[in-house]
Design a protein around this ligand. Structure first.
Ligand SMILES: NC(=O)c1ccc[n+]([C@@H]2O[C@H](COP(=O)([O-])OP(=O)(O)OC[C@H]3O[C@@H](n4cnc5c(N)ncnc54)[C@H](O)[C@@H]3O)[C@@H](O)[C@H]2O)c1
Length: 441
C-alpha cells in the first residue's frame, strides 16, 4: 500500500507546496539495506562529548574508529554524548549545552546516541535521578529532530557490558536503524563465554528459522538474515506454499510448511532444521472486534497463533534443538503497549510477548542464550492495508518521523537482535521500531 501523502511531500513540486502551506512533510529516511560489512560507518563523521566523569569515552571512540567513522571533520552526522558518569542531575548541564548549540543547523538524517548508566547499576538515588533524566531527554529530542529524518536513542550500560557498545553503535548510528528513534536500548553483560566477535557478516554459518516467512515482515526478515550469511528455514501455513517458495528461492532458503499452532510444531521444526542458532517468531494475525461483539473463535485464533504457539514451540526447542548460544526474537506490537479498542485479543498477545521475553531472559541467559522482542509500529504490509483510510493516515502521521515503516525496518532490528556479535549484550528487551509512534509512547 503506497503512501501518497509521503510520495507527494518528497516530490520537487510537493516540497514547495508543503512548505508554502506549512504542512508537516515526512522526511526521506536514509535506510541501509546492504550487509553490515567491516566498516558500516565509513564516510561518516562522529562527534563525541560527555560529562566530565564520562565512563565510556575511550571505548566509544575506539568503537567508532573500528566501525569506520572519522572523529574529526565538519558537520558531523553522528552525535554521541556520554552522560554515564553523572552522579546527580546538576552534572547534566553539558548535555544541554552540547545539543543546544548544534540543533539549529542539524544536518538531515543525523543520528544521536546518548549513553547512560543502567539505573540498576547506580550507586545512589541522585545518580539514578540523573540516569533516569536521560530517557525523557532523548524521547523529547527525538520528537524535536524527527522532521529532519534524524533519530535519537539512549543506550544504558550495566556494569560489565561496556564491550557491547560497539555492536549497538553499528546498528543505531547506521541506516539499519533509520526507523528506530526515541528508544532506550539496555546493555547487560551476557554469559561469560560470549565475547564480541566479528561484526561483518554477523550470521555467517548460522541456521535461522523464521515463522510467517511467506510475505510481509517475515519475508523481509528472512531476506535480511540470509544477507548476513544465515542459512534460513522459512515456516508458513500449507496454503502459502507458492508464496513461501517464491520468497525463499531468492537466497536458497528451505521451506517448511507448518501451522505454528500444531501441538508438535516445535518437534517438527527440530526434525526438519536440526540445531538452530536463531529462531524468529513472526507469524501473527489480527481478528479485530470490540470485545462485546467478539466471537470466541477470534479470541482462540489470535491467542493461539500470536502467543500460545511461541511458548509451546520454545518449550519444545529448548529441550535440545537450540545451539549453545542460540538467540530468539519474538514480534510484539505497539498495540500491545498502548492497547486499542477492538483489539483486546491482539493486544493481549502482544503485551504477553513483552512479559514472556523479559521473564525467559534470565533462564536462557544462564545457558548462554538470549531472547528479545521487536515491537513494530505502523508498518506498510497487507495487515495494515486493510485498516480504514482515516486510521491509516493517522497511524502513519502520528509519529516523530511522520510516516509508516517498511517491513525492512523490522527486519533490520530482528537481524541486529539475532546476531550475537552485534547484540550480545541485549537480553530480555523489547525494542520499539515505530518511528516513535505516539501510541503508547
Ligand atoms: N504490519 C504491521 O504494521 C505490524 C505492526 C505490529 C506488529 N506486527 C506483527 O508483525 C508480524 C508480521 O505481520 P505482517 O504485517 O507481516 O503480517 P502478514 O499478514 O502480512 O503476514 C503474516 C504471515 O504469518 C503467516 N501465518 C499466519 N498464521 C500462521 C500460522 N498459524 N502458522 C504459520 N504461519 C502463519 C501468514 O501466512 C503470513 O505469511 C505479526 O506478528 C504482526 O502481528 C505487524
Amino acid at each position: 500500500m503506497s503512501d501518497r501523502y509521503l510520495a507527494l511531500a518528497q516530490s520537487p513540486l510537493g516540497r514547495q507546496f508543503f512548505s508554502a502551506l506549512n504542512l508537516p512533510a515526512p522526511p526521506r529516511l536514509a535506510r541501509e539495506l546492504q550487509a553490515y560489512g567491516p566498516q558500516p560507518l565509513a564516510g561518516k563523521t562522529a562527534l563525541v562529548a560527555g560529562v566530565p566523569q564520562a565512563r565510556h569515552r575511550t571505548t566509544l571512540e575506539a568503537a567508532l574508529r573500528g566501525a569506520g567513522a572519522s572523529l574529526s571533520g565538519d558537520k558531523p552526522a553522528l552525535l554521541l554524548f556520554d552522560a554515564s558518569g553523572a552522579t546527580g542531575p546538576a552534572e547534566l548541564k553539558p548535555l544541554y549545552a552540547f545539543f543546544h548549540e548544534r540543533l539549529a543547523g542539524l544536518p538531515g538524517g543525523t543520528h544521536v546516541v546518548v549513553i547512560g548508566r543502567a539505573p540498576a547499576s547506580c550507586d545512589s538515588a541522585a545518580e539514578a535521578a540523573a540516569a533516569g533524566a536521560l530517557s525523557g531527554f532523548v524521547k523529547s529530542l527525538a520528537k524535536e529532530i524527527g522532521r529532519k529524518g534524524a533519530t535519537a536513542n539512549l543506550v544504558t550500560v550495566a556494569d560489565g557490558a561496556e564491550a557491547w557498545l560497539g555492536g549497538a553503535l553499528r546498528f543505531l548510528l547506521s541506516g539499519h536503524a533509520a526507523f528506530v528513534t526515541g528508544q532506550t536500548l539496555p546493555l547487560t553483560p551476557p554469559a561469560r563465554s560470549l565475547k564480541p566477535g566479528d561484526c561483518s557478516r554477523p550470521l555467517d554459518g548460522k541456521t535461522a528459522l523464521v515463522t510467517g516467512a511467506a510475505r510481509g515482515i517475515g519475508a523481509a526478515i528472512a531476506r535480511s538474515l540470509a544477507r548476513e550469511g544465515a542459512h534460513v528455514i522459512g515456516v508458513d501455513r500449507p496454503q502459502e506454499e507458492a508464496a513461501l517458495q517464491g520468497t525463499l528461492a531468492a537466497f536458497d532458503g528451505k521451506p517448511l510448511l507448518l501451522d505454528v499452532t500444531a501441538a508438535d510444531a516445535g518437534e517438527r521444526i527440530a526434525e526438519a532444521a536440526g540445531q538452530l542458532d536463531l529462531v524468529v517468531h513472526n507469524a501473527g494475525v489480527t481478528r479485530d472486534k470490540l470485545l462485546r461483539n467478539m466471537p470466541e473463535h477470534f479470541w482462540d485464533m489470535v491467542l493461539g497463533i500470536n502467543l500460545e504457539a511461541i511458548v509451546r514451540i520454545n518449550e519444545q526447542l529448548l529441550a535440545g534443538a537450540l545451539a549453545p548460544q542460540a538467540r530468539m526474537v519474538c514480534i510484539s506490537s505497539i498495540g500491545g503497549i498502548a492497547g486499542n479498542a477492538g483489539q483486546t485479543n491482539y493486544a493481549a498477545t502482544k503485551s504477553g510477548v513483552i512479559s514472556y521475553v523479559a521473564a525467559l531472559a534470565a533462564e536462557v541467559g544462564k545457558r548462554g542464550m538470549a531472547i528479545n522482542a521487536v515491537a513494530p509500529g505502523f508498518i506498510e504490509t497487507q495487515m495494515t492495508a486493510s485498516i480504514p483510510p482515516a486510521n491509516r493516515f493517522f497511524g502513519r502521521r502520528m509519529s516523530a518521523l511522520l510516516q509508516g515503516g517498511l517491513p525492512e525496518d523490522i527486519a533490520e532490528a530482528v537481524t541486529f537482535l539475532g546476531a550475537a556479535p552485534l547484540s550480545g549484550g541485549v537480553n530480555g528487551v523489547t525494542l520499539r521500531v515505530c518511528g516513535q509512534n505516539w501510541l503508547g509512547a
